[in-house]
Structures are given as C-alpha cells and as structure tokens.
Design a protein around this ligand. Structure first.
Ligand code: G3P
Ligand code: CA
Length: 299
C-alpha cells in the first residue's frame, strides 16, 4: 500500500534530529532542539558529556574549542591542556564547573553553515533538554523522543565521573523508564552498552562504523546506528545490512544525512534519503529533519 514501509515494525521510519536542527542553528542548543521539534522531528539527539561537578550537558566532544567561544575568553586562557584521548591541546569539559560552562556561548562548528547565531546560545544541561521535550510533548500533543549518546564514557570514568549512572538517574527522575519510553540510548562503546543493558530496559542502540555480528549484537541492544555507507556498496547497491539486521530483530538507524556529506552516488540529500528509506531503515539521523520528513512523507 501507499503507506507501507519495509521497516522492522512496518511503521514509518523515525526522523532523528542530529544534534538538533544543526544544519541551521548551532548544534546542541535549546534553540536547535526547539527548531527540530517545530520541524516535526520524532526524536532530538543530545550527545552527552559531563562537567567537573557531575552535571550532564550536551556537546559533541569533551573538548570545547570547536563548539564554544572558550578560545576568546581570557579568564580561561591558562586552562588549556593535553589529553591522552585527544590530539593536541584543548579545553576539556571535565575541567570546568557547570557555572563556568554556562558563561560560554555555542558556535557553529561546520564550515559553510550559517554563523549569524554564533555567540547567542548557552550550553544546555540534559535536564533542560528533557524539560523542553516534556513541555513540547504537552504543547504539540505528540511524544517528542530523546536519543542521548554517551560520549567517551571510558574517558570520563578515568576522570572519576559517573556518566551513564547520571544519565539513567536523570531519565528516571523525568519518568523515562522501560522499553515503551520514547527514548533510545546510543553508544559506540559495547562495554558501556553491556553495563546499561544490565541496568535498564530503555532501548539501546549500538553505533558502529563496521558491519557487526548481528546475532551477538542482538543479545545486548535493540538496534544499530551504522555509518550510512555500510548499507550501500560503492556502486550504490544494497549490501544486505538492513535485511541481516532485521532478521536478527535489530532496528537500523544510519547517520548522518546532511548536505555536505553526500554519498557520490546521489545528487542531493533528498535522493540519498529516499534510497535509504527504500532499503527499509527504521530511522535516519539528519542535520535537516525538515527535509527528512518531507522525503519520508512523500512516500
Ligand atoms: O550518534 C549518531 C551519530 O551522531 C554518530 O556520530 O559523531 O555525530 O556523534 P556523531
Ligand atoms: Ca551522536
């Protein structure tokens, strides 16, 4: 039928706003998440890191130089350092309290995107993001899902910070628990996911840049977040990834659909997304959730 999708559950694929509506506003800001909700995104994606005083905030990385104005702030000039997990000198989130982080302002890190909003928005806490999702779920009458990623949990553990514990406690405090909650927790670290699997029934997603053992993966998580090019050959043919994942009961949410990282087989982001929807993916991470929704709903 016209509305049938070859997804695992037959539902339309989810549109996950990658770092918020990060194609048009500085990523991981309340403004970017709000814009994604206004565009109709099903889920908003915060990458989570943690401050010196143990507060989860949304940033793509532990280091702060690319996504904040810290390099222009004289009072923080002597707080730059080297780190075993990162090439070169930088400022690291776990060296700063939330009060200090709140004095920073977000920047657009990707070349070629609008920079006119740089310096306007603060760095949001995970709690502020959950509050936004709860409020927006009420005002829009549809559940706004949350798709948090535990970023570098091993590095934070080495610094004595309780990253995933803090995330689970915060989700629970906001009433998110169980497999029915509109939440997916994602991580590149299988060890982290194994620990989470023993602590929560919230759905888990394994992020990967290589084709995994689907049956083994299905013992731990509910789905896979693959680098999108694992799904198509260089010639643009189906690699069988989605079928194999679905056969193991795993959902597939590839990343990242954006105008400046197109597969050369496609002339534009719409054609690219459309090909992935035809493969049966269960969701897409996109910097442009409005485009993803338009393409999906044309189906
Ligand atoms: O979480 C899916 C995708 O976002 C992984 O890449 O680097 O954008 O967090 P990254
Ligand atoms: Ca992410």
């Amino acid at each position: 039928t016209q509305n049938a999708f070859p997804t695992l559950n037959g539902n339309p694929p989810l549109v996950i706003a990658h770092r918020g509506a990060s194609g048009v506003l500085p990523e991981h800001t309340i403004a970017a998440y709000q814009r994604a909700i206004d565009m109709g995104a099903d889920y908003i994606e915060p990458d989570l890191v943690i401050t010196k005083d143990g507060v989860l905030v949304a940033r793509h990385d532990r280091h702060l130089s690319k996504t904040t104005d810290i390099a222009t702030r004289a009072e923080f000039a002597d707080r730059k350092r080297e780190d075993a997990y990162h090439d070169g000198m930088d400022w690291f989130i776990e060296d700063f309290t939330l009060a200090e982080i709140k004095t920073l302002r977000a920047l657009q890190p990707r070349a070629g995107r609008p920079t006119k909003f740089d310096g306007q928005y603060e760095i949001p806490t995970f709690e502020e993001i959950l509050r936004l999702a709860k409020l927006a779920s009420k005002t829009t009458g549809r559940p706004i899902g949350i798709y948090p990623e535990t970023k570098q949990p091993t590095a934070f553990a080495a610094a004595g910070l309780r990253h995933d514990e803090a995330m689970l406690e915060t989700l629970l405090a906001f009433g998110y628990e169980g497999a029915e909650a509109p939440v997916f927790i994602q991580s590149f670290e299988m060890g982290n996911l194994k620990r989470l699997n023993s602590q929560t029934d919230i759905r888990l997603i394994y992020l990967t840049e290589t084709r995994p053992d689907f049956a083994e993966t299905a013992k731990i998580v509910d789905g896979i977040g693959p680098y999108k090019k694992l799904l198509l050959t260089d010639a643009g043919e189906d690699t069988g990834f989605v079928a194999a994942a679905h056969a193991a009961g795993l959902a597939v949410h590839p990343w990242t659909f954006r105008d400046d990282a197109l597969d050369p087989n496609f002339s534009d982001i719409e054609t690219e997304m459309s090909a992935y929807f035809a493969l049966g993916v269960d969701g897409v991470f996109s910097d442009f959730p409005d485009t993803a929704i338009r393409v999906r709903d044309q189906k």
